[in-house]
Design a protein around this ligand. Sequence first.
Ligand code: ADP
Ligand code: GLC
Length: 481
Amino acid sequence: MKILLASSEVHPFSKTGGLADMVGALGKALAAAGHEVGIVTPLYRGIRERFTELRATDHRVEVPIGDARVAAGIAELQLSKRLTVYFVDQRDYYHRLALYGDNNTDYPDNPQRFIFLSKVVVQLARDLPAGPFDIVHVHDWQLGLVPALLRSEAHRTGWHSPRTVLTIHNLAYQGRFAGGGFGLTNLPPAFFTPAGIEYYGDVNCLKAGIIYSDFITTVSPRYAREICTEAHGCGLDDVLRARRARLAGILNGVDYDEWNTHRNLHLRHPFSLRKLAGKAATKLDLQRELGLPARADVPLFATVTRLADQKGVDLLLAVLEEMLATNLQFVILGSGDPALQLGYQALAERHPTKAVARIGYDHALAHRIEAGCDFFLMPSRFEPCGLNQMYSLRYGAIPIVRRTGGLDDSVVDLSENAQLANGIKFTEFTSRALAGAIRKAHALYRTPKILARMRKNAMAADYSWNRTTTEYEQVYRQALA
Ligand code: ADP
Ligand code: GLC
């Protein structure tokens, strides 16, 4: 098949979270499976400097955004034989300090920036010499308008347009803005109704994607069920239920070329299931790097995360105060909500020999933390898939997760299967339940035999892309049928 992916972030070019990892890896996996793949994404600041193989093309695009006309160049990077990335070069929109906003505030022109990107995707789907594409597969609200725009264009010109798939990585972000901005889409007014793009008078980009795409996926089976309920539907559960027959939950895969413990630029001591000595050495290195006492006998708990409501980091902060009275160490690497940043920094100041807060974004340190820690904490309120728990499994760090979304689908608790257990799960979103899970981990650390078995199960768990790719191929076939 010929498949055009489109995403507002793609690893290794741009990233704020798992979306980038997923789209980068999906592109690679589809190309490896024999498909012709293109990926459309913005040319953010710094990408050209870091990827010198990137070359400008003669291809230029120009689209209307309301009454204005906005143009962009297209730069290209051939990643492998069947995989090309098309970067949309529009300096005013994308040459900025951050992807979506500064100082925890979204850029006010995000609607324009991503309506523009969506329109460029439609043009490229029509005009790229690599086409005609069978499938255009878009991700999250930023590209949510693409299916409607494609339809409108096909209707207007008689174009036999590609089929569309939308993947929802996070239903909480919908790209909603005042209805007065609908004109920016230049779509016919018939699209702006409650049965279409309108949502209580506003434009809702994700809703548009749910309604006009040929197929919808989300990133785990459990999250696919959850978002059809009022409790987790973020106000779109009825829209999703109406399309349930065309909605599938597919667990993300892990790019083990990148996330492995034996051939990894970021790790000084390689290790594997059979040679675990490197893991112990990595832990001691990490403790020293963080300024914690280097002690093998003290369990090291960690998390690497966006500091956002979704992640349950507020609950964790509350619980840690009490937990740090026991014999454990804790490190957090994250950025986001300023109040949480301050909260974790203050916690670390109160417990300098036990807790460390690294505020910021650091890809290499994320690898060292996953590899060096004993337990990886993900107490999320909700979690569409979650990649870190799967990375920590491979790195021999036992994940402690709340039973929600993809966390539930990817981790096995002792109570579910004593032989195959690879993590610790808790259910209620309460301090008591989270503290209970941390106590269990603590006890486990003093039971080396069971811990060793769980670690072995964790490291052997296989979330490679083979299965995920087959499932997306099935979805593409259904979208084409
Ligand atoms: P989400 O996409 O909701 O943030 P995921 O678990 O799917 O959650 O993916 C998070 C990704 O972002 C992981 O690759 C993780 O290592 C990375 N990440 C998050 N915060 C940081 C940080 N502060 N420094 C480095 N990597 C981070
Ligand atoms: C979103 C979700 C996360 C998921 C990631 C990749 O950022 O919050 O759970 O793993 O997308 O699909």
